[in-house]
Design a protein around this ligand. Structure first.
Ligand SMILES: Cc1cc2nc3c(=O)[nH]c(=O)nc-3n(C[C@H](O)[C@H](O)[C@H](O)COP(=O)(O)O)c2cc1C
Length: 328
């Protein structure tokens, strides 16, 4: 039987399947269920910087939410701000006592340092690692890309200076120089980059003439941008890569590992099929490895990255030169 064990950010994982930050990991029961399902690690639901700094008083209610992630606004409306920090710290320490899988805390940040003291408390509570979910919405014409990206770099630098647990950063793909940014994050000391975050989507309701939430969960064909970029970045960066978005089955996990990912994060497939789907995914991964004579995850990691390819240009081909869509 193939050995699924791997090392992610220096942490020993029994397999590369990680439950991504979400409602699945917002309670002790949820975290225990993930652990019992056999996953390699869990990323706790993010605490939002706005909850930590408690700067939202009057802001959510007034609808003025310039720097607030919509999910934070929802969360605050639903659960209130009271003792969010205390509850989160308790979740970290209780989860650590209850499960054997590494527990990765998660902070959604909109600034580089507003949450630093909290990061130290998370470490003291026993978190095995910290994942920063940083997103600076690039919608302000006054802010150039360099200024926005500096927030990501400074966040990593400051948290690495003030804590000693491994740190991952989860990013979206809205960077004009993605590979350069990723290299900068590694240079700033990050232990892993998680790509790509999947953001909330909205649609227009044409009758009510208002915004409506849509596409809460991913579909399997959303994994291709991640597959491309993991393949391209894997051979170029010193830090680990975790793949996320659209990974729903064992074949998708195999592909991301072949691209060069060290770990994969899954949420939507667990929402759709239940956390027991982890066993299905791991079974498919193990069977594929057995039938293709891979004894360990390390043996297959990066086997199809751009770096190892005899045709690296094909990884950067993005336009249709001819009509290659065959009509029936
Ligand atoms: C209901 C829900 C809540 C989520 N909450 C968070 C969160 O608090 N922090 C975070 O970094 N990502 C959050 N995510 C994003 C997931 O961690 C993941 O990156 C995204 O869903 C893509 O993976 P998937 O295709 O497997 O769902 C959430 C996703 C869902 C569906």
């Amino acid at each position: 039987m193939a050995n699924l064990a791997t090392t992610y950010m220096g942490l020993k994982l029994k397999n590369p399947l990680v439950v991504g930050s979400s409602g699945l990991t917002s309670s002790l029961e949820g975290v225990v269920a993930c652990d019992e399902a056999g996953v390699g690690a869990v990323v706790l639901k993010s605490i939002f910087e706005e909850e930590i700094t408690a700067e939202v008083d009057g802001v959510v209610a007034s609808g003025r939410t310039p720097y607030m992630h919509p999910e934070a606004a929802d969360y605050v409306r639903n659960y209130g701000m009271e003792n969010a920090v205390g509850r989160y710290i308790s979740l970290v320490s209780e989860a650590k006592k209850a499960v054997s899988a590494p527990v990765i805390a998660s902070i959604h940040c909109v600034s580089a340092t507003g949450w630093l003291d909290f990061a130290k408390r998370v470490e003291a509570a026993g978190a095995d690692a910290l994942e920063l979910n940083v997103f600076v919405f690039p919608s302000d014409p006054e802010h150039d890309g360099r200024a926005n990206e500096q927030v990501y770099m400074d966040a990593v630098r400051s948290v690495k200076e003030h804590t000693s647990i491994p740190v991952a950063i989860k990013i979206g793909s809205f960077f004009s120089g993605l590979a350069h940014t990723a290299a900068g994050l590694c240079e700033a000391g990050v232990d892993a980059i998680v790509l790509f975050n999947r953001f909330l989507r909205f649609d227009f309701d044409l009758e009510k003439m208002e915004l409506v939430r849509t596409g809460h969960l991913s579909s399997p064909d959303e994994m291709y941008p991640t597959l491309r970029w993991v393949s391209i970045l894997a051979g170029q960066l010193e830090c680990d890569l975790a793949a996320t978005t659209g990974i729903h089955d064992g074949a998708a996990v195999v592909k991301q590992l072949l691209a060069g990912a060290t770990a994969v994060q899954v949420c939507s497939a667990f929402y759709k099929h239940g956390i027991s789907h982890a066993g299905v995914i791991l079974g498919e991964l193990g069977s594929w490895m057995d039938s293709h004579d891979y004894a360990s995850v390390a043996d297959l990691r990066g086997k199809m990255s751009q770096e190892t390819s005899s045709n690296p240009a094909s990884y950067e081909r993005v336009q249709f030169m001819k009509d290659s869509v065959h009509k029936k």
